[in-house]
Design a protein around this ligand. Structure first.
Ligand code: SF4
Length: 256
């Protein structure tokens, strides 16, 4: 019986192509101003933090959901040390994989999910190699990945952007999402998954992989260092004059 795959991202709908709504021109303009102001603060171009092959990046991304970087990094190293090839994880005992990645959030969910996703990849391609995605457009590559249960928009974008594929995709993590919401770039009810298409559509279509990576990183860093979850430091925020949430308690996203 095939392994059931628990989700931490919303289950994606199978699809072949994305049709994102045209961006609001004023929001697209605002997104560019935000980028231009934050880039000097955080030092664009920002060096890539990983140089992993796409399958390794996929595993790393799955481990990192709702988990601090230090813990997911430790779990990734432990997996690599115990299973020299990703095929070994497919054949491993789930309880053993779970014990190897303990320290991440929900190891009991992530262990069977990682095994099942790797098994699905091997079944579809006959090998654990995602290098072929480099020959596809970003939308088609993301749709291909998201057809696999357990891979959502955040993971597919991370694989394309952060791995050695270095493709122009825009990942959105919880910090990035929170800052974008407080700034009014996305509405208060737009979840992380749907926000990927909305935020990507606001940025120029011809932006490079580095440009989009920088955009993700500067919004994430701003969320970590200034626009904190509980107490945003609006008094020292370079975006305060653009931000409808600046005067609200705890930076609660302003309603349109
Ligand atoms: S002004 Fe405040 S709520 Fe708005 S982006 Fe800056 S820190 Fe966040």
């Amino acid at each position: 019986m095939p392994a059931q795959i628990p989700h931490t991202e919303p289950a994606p709908r199978p699809r072949r192509a994305r049709a994102e709504p045209a961006p609001d021109p004023s929001l697209a303009e605002k997104a560019l101003v935000v980028h231009a102001r934050l880039c000097p603060v955080y030092g664009c171009p920002i060096p890539y933090f990983h140089s992993l092959d796409p399958v390794s990046e996929l595993v790393s991304s799955l481990l990192s959901h709702r988990t601090r970087n230090a813990e997911s990094g430790r779990a990734f190293k432990a997996l690599r040390a115990r299973y020299p090839a990703w095929e070994d994880v497919i054949d491993a005992d789930t309880a053993e994989v779970e014990a190897t990645i303990r320290g991440v959030t929900w190891p009991e969910l992530k262990a069977p999910r990682i095994r099942a996703i790797l098994a699905a990849l091997r079944e579809r391609r006959g090998t654990l190699d995602l290098g072929f995605l480099a020959g596809m457009g970003v939308d088609a590559a993301r749709a291909w990945l998201e057809e696999i249960p357990g891979i959502g928009p955040k993971t597919s974008a991370a694989v394309l952007s952060f791995s050695t594929l270095r493709m122009p995709a825009l990942p959105v993590d919880s910090h990035h999402h929170r800052v974008a919401q407080r700034l009014g770039l996305i509405g208060p009810r737009v979840d992380v998954g749907p926000s990927h298409g909305v935020l990507r559509a606001q940025l120029p279509a011809d932006w490079s992989a580095q440009d989009l990576y920088d955009n993700h990183e500067i919004l994430m860093l701003h969320g970590q260092k200034v626009c904190h979850h509980r107490s945003p430091a609006c008094g020292r925020c370079v975006l305060a004059d653009l931000c409808p949430s600046a005067a609200l308690p705890r930076g609660r996203p302003a309603r349109p």
